[in-house]
Design a protein around this ligand. Structure first.
Ligand code: NZQ
Ligand code: ZN
Length: 385
């Protein structure tokens, strides 16, 4: 196992009616900015619950954060923060809203000239406004990690800082009942790929991390399709298991002490930046290709994955690996997401543009060994046609 230091200070309030906990989590003297997206929280009752919880607080609101939040939108929040002396942020929404709030929190106290440098030049975040989150879409893990992804002019970049990790997060599975099938699928697939990025690497005999990861993968494989099936769509136990899996997938626990890949995500970000494809749908296209192109580097773990996640114990090694990749693709298909570039109307003519973007963003040494150069990324994209 690799050395690691692990801390996750985000307090989780999980379950029915937990939005009420916000009242005590946010100091009563705080001046709060409630940040949300396009309005789903107004139609599913979450906004009302937030209003009730903040009944005795001084609060303002900033809405309109779009999926794949943009720098231009997020910077608009700075006016109200300055004008009203806001000193606490409450993000209410999916990963885009939580990520957006993190950037707003860091930008508010940024001492340099342009907060975009936090992403472009990876300038360290020295201070940020405190932030709480009410999660409405289980997917990204953003509610209890320090990561944020922001887009500006087609460039989708990420930063990470413990300073923007939410102080608390409310996870009430019942608020996910208003999600569309597409967003449920996206969430399950995103969480699945987060686990794979931290699991499907070279082995360092991290048994705890491996078995946690395999348990989470199995849970998503079992529960994901049920959340789309007519008879079990509204089952709160299913929603709860998916929600907790998605948080655990990217709260730092399973990735501590093991190598991490993230090439699927970095290539995927270029597909979203250039063509606006939903984040999870880029991952379901790229991951099977990464498994195929990088199979030698990942051989031992691919065999372990085949055995422990898909019960494939017989046959030649190559056949077992092929089967595991095929079953992964079938799982994605059962979750109604694309697994090929052609499924999203892209072909070979789009690949060079994506490679140029990877180069421009410095994504030239990806993967757990840093050996996924532009040549290999090209192979991965060609394999995904
Ligand atoms: O904006 P509203 O009206 O709220 O609608 C949203 C949005 O249209 C809707 N939605 C959310 N909760 C709902 C709901 N609709 C009905 N009922 C509810 N309960 O869903 C749509 C998509 O929301 P979004 O927040 O964009 O989705 P997601 O949570 O998948 O977040 C995606 C973003 O997170 C980034 C992605 O790159 C992308 O920008 N990621 C963040 C990560 C992190 N912070 O660690 C890691 C991930 O790998 C990922 O990169
Ligand atoms: Zn992701």
């Amino acid at each position: 196992m690799l050395n690691f230091s692990f801390q996750n200070p985000t307090t989780i309030h999980f379950g029915d009616q937990q939005i009420k906990k916000v009242t005590k989590e946010i100091p009563s003297t705080a001046k709060v900015l409630v940040i949300y997206g396009g309005g789903s929280i107004k139609s599913n009752g979450v906004y009302e619950q937030v209003k009730d919880a903040l009944n005795n607080h001084t609060w303002f609101e900033f809405s309109g954060i779009e999926p794949n939040p943009t720098y231009d939108t997020l910077m608009k929040a700075q006016d109200i923060i300055k004008k009203e002396n806001i000193n606490y942020l409450l993000a209410v929404g999916g990963g885009s809203v939580v990520d957006g709030a993190k950037f707003i929190a860091a930008a508010a106290l940024y001492e340099g000239t342009d907060p975009w440098d936090i992403l472009l030049k990876q300038q360290p975040v020295k201070q940020a406004l405190p932030l709480g989150a009410i999660l409405t879409l289980p997917a990204t893990g953003s509610e209890s990690n320090g990561n944020s992804v922001v887009t500006r002019d087609g460039d989708k970049l990420a930063f990470s800082s413990p300073k923007v990790r939410p102080v608390f997060a409310v996870l009430d599975p019942s608020v996910t009942l208003s999600l569309s099938d597409r967003q449920i699928s996206n969430g399950v697939v995103d969480a699945f790929v987060h686990i794979m990025e931290q699991y499907l690497n070279y082995s360092v005999n991290g048994k705890v991390q491996d078995r946690f990861s395999e348990g989470l993968l199995l849970t998503l494989i079992e529960e994901g399709p049920k959340a789309l099936a007519e008879g079990s769509k509204s089952d709160l136990d299913i929603r709860a298991n998916i929600m907790w899996s998605a948080t655990m997938a990217l709260n730092g626990l399973i990735g501590a002490g093991v190598p991490q890949d993230w090439s699927t995500h970095m290539i995927g970000h270029e597909l979203t930046g250039a063509y606006g494809i939903d984040h999870a749908r880029t991952l379901s296209i790229v991951l099977p290709s990464v498994m195929k192109v990088c199979r030698e580097n990942k051989r031992e773990k691919l065999l372990q994955y085949a055995e422990r996640v898909w019960n494939i114990t017989e046959g030649e090694e190559e056949t077992r690996i092929d089967q595991a990749i095929k079953l992964t693709e079938q799982f994605f298909t059962s979750m109604q997401v694309p697994t090929r570039l052609s499924h999203v109307e892209l072909d070979e003519s789009h690949i060079e543009g994506l490679i140029s973007k990877l180069e421009q963003h410095g994504m030239t040494a990806l993967g757990e060994h840093g050996d996924v150069n532009l040549e290999i990324s090209r192979k991965i994209l060609m394999q995904a046609l």
